[in-house]
Design a protein around this ligand. Sequence first.
Ligand SMILES: Nc1ncnc2c1ncn2[C@@H]1O[C@H](COP(=O)(O)OP(=O)(O)O)[C@@H](O)[C@H]1O
Ligand SMILES: [Mg+2]
Length: 182
Amino acid sequence: MEDISLHLLDLAQNSISAGANLVEISIREDREKDHKWVQISDNGKGMDEEQVNKVYDPFYTTRTTRKVGLGIPMFKASAEASGGKLEMISQKGKGTTLLALFIDSHIDCLPLGKMEETIAALIFMNPEVDFVYTHENNCRQFLLDTRQIREVIGEVNIADPEIVNWITIYIKEGLEELYGGV
Ligand SMILES: Nc1ncnc2c1ncn2[C@@H]1O[C@H](COP(=O)(O)OP(=O)(O)O)[C@@H](O)[C@H]1O
Ligand SMILES: [Mg+2]
């Protein structure tokens, strides 16, 4: 995987396959501590302990189309390559949380990538699912919640290209501000 945002795009697909109607993505960057926490949580069908233990095994998948499931093992490998780690908490019937630590200054740490494109693509492809995206950088915070957007747009489809375009720009500008812009 080239960057963290592409991992998240892939991992959100697991959440949606698990029947989630709410997916929360949160990034917490701490420059002083030289690390970031990347979290994805869903309210999908979850996994029991046995399934959780199997997920790190690249040959485990409940897909029927192919025999290997690599999304989570690859995310874990990316976090560990930077000197970080991946933790997973899942409860059958409740949902799943993946929490990864990335060490920024490590030469093998993946760049974050274009979060605005990942979030916009997720909303565009899954208009029936709600997404909450929070991004903290030191003391600043950016938040996007599709439930709030739906309230404002009323009957308009959230996957309408103009809305998705607006969301992309809104996130991009929000992140620029987060990183010190204005
Ligand atoms: N968020 C999730 N909720 C429920 N089950 C999950 C979730 N993420 C992963 N799984 C289970 O773990 C398996 C492996 O996931 P993954 O490593 O991404 O490979 P793949 O998506 O190709 O199957 C999935 O097939 C699914 O059974
Ligand atoms: Mg997957």
